[in-house]
Design a protein around this ligand. Structure first.
Ligand code: ARG
Length: 586
């Protein structure tokens, strides 16, 4: 599948060369004024300096050279030195036909596929999934799908927080409540005894309780710390109860992520890094970069150019325990061994920036990944309420993900009328998909670093740049095709361009691959949102202006049907990489 921007760049570069200029001046881009022209080349400005000639003179020569080419409707020099390019309609629908035949719908495929480990989700075991982890899940899932759609190999890892103080707190509280549990007895033997089962509701209640208690009860806090340390050094009873906590919690997390259509190849946690810690220490010692500081073992990672202080990264605390940075470094060793990835991306709250700076510098200094492996923290902003502060429950608590989703689902049910559905169940299932579309698009359409305001009414609006509008557009195309009795998988061809709006729509279809390229290069799912919205709104205008069903000119009608089918396929592709599911009707 050729790429229109590359093709045009080649053609214009050749013209520069034939006119005696450097061919690198011939880069073509999409025009930002589609009313004036479709593509433009601004190379004459750079050429002017190089060749000491007015830009318009260079642009004029090159434009004249290009005018002979039959693919162009017009090539014009516009003062002070732009080259404005418009294609013949025949070229445009030829390209659209190529896209219709391409299994990837014109989405560019990596020449050298890369291996990317994507670390997102990051939920903490024993704590219910709350909205603090929502953005990481939504954005990570989308980046995974975008990178895969472009031919790369992506391994997703949820990297659970399953080894820290929160587990110690839960176990300490379980001991207070169930002192007679066999796993807490000195006689406990994992081969002989079965641990007592824990249920998910108890688990969800226990953590906040224990966490609160540790703030007022110093002895309890100490106990929880001690339990954490003993767990990490292999205490049999604690390990057994930890496994039970993991079983219950991971099942619940899987269900919750599943509701968001988020899934992971690897359900590793911080605990899985434990077996790589010794190797980490060996490497750091061999390299001679670890030293003692106030009883702790640290590695210096500051650099001369730092504007703010970057403190040494602590590898072992004075009580010999491992910390967050230790597990992240050990996990890099594991990922390098298992996958030797080109990139490791971490989709994590932007407030953890310093942590990742320290970890990445230490990893490079220690040589646990090759110099050219990209380690990147894709920092994400906060989801805020209408008051501009992090989104909370009405009484100011942390909102559970399941509660948030239920609220949006209820609101979606309210908005849709019963008569569009055969059954209450169909309506409910549709509302679930609409809710996910609304929430995800509301998130992904913002730059990942930016904070945004969670606004149910806006996100669920059938008009404007929303996920709801996008899936609604798909249902409108479904209904057109139903009324025409057309199968959406039938082969399609374009045989002409019959209106200005079609031309604009076709151009946008042809350029959709650029949006994917941009989205991956900039790690910006928002570019996919923008493009999907452009496609949908151009389609709406096209549909409003033309009466497909009543059209008597068969060529015209068949081209328009092709347009419906191709826009539908392309929209579904965009929705798919955003992790949004379409519905048949709504
Ligand atoms: N569990 C962590 C948290 O809740 C997020 C983990 C992110 N991933 C990582 N490799 N550090 O803050």
């Amino acid at each position: 599948m050729t790429n229109i921007i590359n093709d045009l760049t080649k053609c214009v570069s050749k013209a520069f060369e034939e006119c005696g200029y450097d061919k690198s001046l011939g880069t073509v881009s999409v025009s930002d004024r589609l009313d004036l022209c479709q593509f433009q080349c601004n190379g004459a400005f750079a050429g002017a300096k190089q060749y000491k000639k007015a830009p318009f003179m260079i642009a004029d020569e090159v434009a004249k050279k290009l005018s002979g080419n039959e693919i162009f409707k017009s090539v014009e020099m516009v003062k002070p030195g732009f080259i404005n390019i418009t294609l013949k309609d025949g070229e445009i629908f030829k390209k659209a036909n190529e896209i219709a035949e391409d299994t990837n719908l014109g989405i560019p495929q990596a020449e050298k596929p890369e291996t990317i480990v994507l670390d997102y989700g990051g939920a903490n075991v024993a704590k219910p999934l709350h909205i603090g982890h929502l953005r990481s899940a939504i954005i990570g899932e989308s980046l995974k799908r975008i990178a895969r759609a472009m031919g790369n190999k992506v391994i997703s890892d949820v990297h659970l927080g399953d080894w820290g103080l929160q587990i110690g707190l839960v176990i300490a509280e379980l001991m207070v409540r169930n002192p007679d549990w066999i796993c807490f007895s000195p006689d406990f033997d994992p081969d002989k005894h079965k641990v007592d089962p824990i249920n998910v509701d108890d688990l969800n209640e226990i953590y906040p309780f224990a966490s609160q208690k540790s703030k007022v009860d110093e002895a309890f806090k100490e106990k929880a710390r001690a339990v954490t340390a003993e767990l990490q050094s292999g205490h049999k009873g604690y390990i057994a109860v930890w496994k039970e906590i993991m079983r219950v919690s991971v099942k619940d997390l899987k269900e919750n992520y599943g509701k968001l259509y988020v899934d992971f190849d690897l359900w590793y946690g911080e605990s899985d890094a434990d077996k790589y810690v010794d190797e980490l220490l060996d490497v750091l010692n061999e390299k001679g970069i670890m030293h003692e500081s106030d009883g702790a073992m640290v590695v210096d990672v500051e650099e001369e150019t730092d504007k703010a202080a970057v403190p040494p990264v602590i590898i072992k605390k004075s009580d010999n325990s491992n910390i967050y940075a230790t597990t992240d470094l050990a996990t890099i060793i594991q990922r390098q061994k298992d996958f030797a990835p080109n990139r490791i991306w971490y989709v994590v709250d932007k407030r953890q920036e310093l942590h990742f700076t320290q970890v990445f510098r230490c990893a490079k200094k220690a040589g646990i990944v090759p110099e050219d492996t990209e380690l990147a923290h894709l920092g994400i902003g906060t989801m805020n309420g209408k008051d501009g502060k992090p989104y909370k429950t009405r009484d100011g608590g942390v909102m559970r993900l399941s509660d948030l989703l239920n609220t949006v689902i209820e609101a979606a049910v309210e908005k849709m009328s019963d008569e569009n559905f055969d059954s209450a169940q169909e309506k409910r299932e549709t509302a679930e998909k609409v809710a996910i579309a609304a929430v995800k698009f509301g998130d992904l359409s913002n730059h990942i670093l930016k904070d945004y305001i969670f606004d149910i009414d806006k996100f669920l609006s059938f008009e404007g740049k929303t996920g709801t509008y996008l899936i609604y557009t798909v249902t409108r195309i479904n209904s057109i095709l139903r009324n025409l009795g057309v199968d959406d998988s039938q082969p399609i061809t374009f045989n002409g361009v019959y209106s200005d709006i079609e031309r604009e729509l076709l151009l946008n279809i042809i350029l959709s691959g650029e949006a994917f390229k941009h989205a991956l290069a900039e790690r910006a799912p928002s570019a996919i949102c923008d493009n999907a919205y452009r496609l949908a709104s151009l389609f709406s205008t096209f549909y409003h202006d033309n009466h497909i069903l009543g059209e008597t000119d068969k060529d015209k009608q068949s081209t328009w049907i092709s347009l419906c089918i191709l826009v539908r396929r392309l929209l579904l592709k965009h929705l798919d990489v955003l992790g949004i599911k379409a519905v048949e009707r709504m």
